[in-house]
Design a protein. Sequence first.
Length: 148
Amino acid sequence: MALLTRDQLITEVGGPTAAAQLCPDRTTGGINYTILDAAIADAIGDVDAACAKFYADLSTNPPQKLVRIARQCGAYYLWLKAASGKTVPENVAKAFGGAKQDLRDIEASDSLPGRDATYRFPSTIDNSYGGRRAVYSTFRRSGLLGSR
């Protein structure tokens, strides 16, 4: 399962009719999939950039949290790319702000991307507070007199 598919983004913006109105294909009258794919690529890029530092590839079996974040980012990017001259609706902009905050939290290790997320570099060292600081239990055996 991909992180964000065309069908998921079309559903997020309100269905095929709303997507066709938002980014119409001038020749067929349907959806312009070039713009849709560009918005999907931007959304997936944001999620990958936030998760690539600490976590292994999450695109094969993505957690629901990352799928939600990618959908919200994709809808915002679709509005920016497709609706020239139109303002982005307030609910879409607010959802995008929340999604970006979630990505910042994941990148700063304040939040996990999902319950099943595997770390890119598994470590045997026990760091506390999300790997940000070392504690006594980590270094009790280090130093000149450690483990004597």
